[in-house]
Write a protein that binds this ligand. Sequence first.
Ligand SMILES: [Zn+2]
Length: 141
Amino acid sequence: MTTESTPRLGGPNVQRDGASADFFDATRWNILLIKACRSCSHLVPATAASCSECCSTDLVARQARGSGRLVSWAVVHVAPHPALANDVPFVTGIVELLEGPWLRARIMCEPSAVLQVGTPLEVSFVHRADSESMPVFNIVT
Ligand SMILES: [Zn+2]
């Protein structure tokens, strides 16, 4: 079961480019993509341009389950961008997906939440009219 939260995700508008178009096409439909290497089947983050095992650039998109575990996190108290001024303090973290790839994302919890390495997380998506849809992670209880 996932804790319900009302994702609040400010920040600068995220704009797609050729490399991120497939990823954001998927997030619009609440789908989280990763990539699989066609040469060795290793799974890598959607942002990877090549396989971290064999260096092949022959990668294909795959749908991730959206579950993972917290690897590391930080509480951001000073907005690194003016568009984040209303969001601070917030938690940002590194998530290890069940499939293996790591990604950075907002962790949707109170800054005072007790977090641990390995805390189970589940993806949800924040849809904004002025930006691409972004994945965020909620603590699974
Ligand atoms: Zn490979």
